[in-house]
Design a protein around this ligand. Sequence first.
Ligand code: GMT
Length: 378
Amino acid sequence: MKIGIVLYPTFGGSGVVATELGIALANRGCEVHFITYKQPVRLDLLTKNVYYHEVFVEEYPLFHYQPYELALSTKLVEIAERYNLDLLHVHYAIPHAYAAYMAQKMLMEKGKFLPFVTTLHGTDITLVGSHPSYKTAVEFSINNSDAVTAVSDSLREDTLRLFDIHKDINVIYNFIDVNKYPLIEADECDRSLLADENERIITHVSNFRPVKRVEDVVKIFEKIQKKIPAKLLLVGDGPQREKIDILCKKMGIKDKVIFLGNSNEVNKILCYSDLFLLPSQTESFGLAALEAMAARTPVISSNSGGLPEVNLHGITGFLSNVGNIDEMANNAIAILKDDAVLEDFKNRAKSHSQKFTLEQILPQYIAVYENILKEKIM
Ligand code: GMT
């Protein structure tokens, strides 16, 4: 099968899922063409069966906004023809599903039918997609996709509530590649690099956007460290990082907070962690929480969106209403204060993460592809 994958190439979860899915398909013999504006961060170009095609947007002084979707759909047509693609899989509806639809129409004029699958990831529906500036076009491109998937039941429900959808939406959960999370013995993980021997290590990974509520992360940590010696690792970068730095200074905890910036080694960082914090305003799935659990790290999160489908209350961590900092801090302390309790949460987090492995999820995507290709022939 020859598949074009359209994605955001950044550290965000949708790009990570799209990249890892593409690599897994390539490892199983598919020819995979990644099409986006920059090399995806988790993509190693020296992978067999993998191609990367950069979308270049010609700048012109008349344009206040550069017409990315136009350049993308042009590139999709070019690659589909040159490599005789069988289908496109676009991750994140805006503007990828719209560009895929346009490419499909242009190719049809040339006598080629190129079906496309749209995977909805979250903010393309909840925060951004349903905004009046985009809603009509997003709804149109979802309804005109040949197949639609969403990364959680919650996101499927949100899509049906916010848009007028007359297309089946197939829920296919996000996944982890278990090979990236081998069981690391405590003595192999040199925690002394980051914390004193008696300190717990608490981690948060995100794009530092307001939706992630990183201020809550700092406030929860401030309460925890009053009761339990601890360090906070902040991984990622984004518009709120500066503000968070200032907040840490103001709260007098700067020396206990380590900013690690964007990293390609989140799996290794998580091996040092005792607890993961994800108090997001909204989260369609929470891939970062799943990655933490795969690295034996329990999760304290909000109960918004798809998080209850990933983090099990009282089993792999705890869920609280958005903004309930006191409850999140108390639950964190309950997990961290006792070695045996912490060990139980770690084991259960790891065990639950095994329900979301690549081996279980990949066949579900392949079935979607086979289905639309079958319809194409009929
Ligand atoms: O966070 C975003 O703005 C976009 C997106 C991304 O690229 O990271 O995140 C969404 O997709 C992830 C992968 O499916 C999910 O794990 C995240 O929960 C989801 N983010 C939100 O819903 C806020």
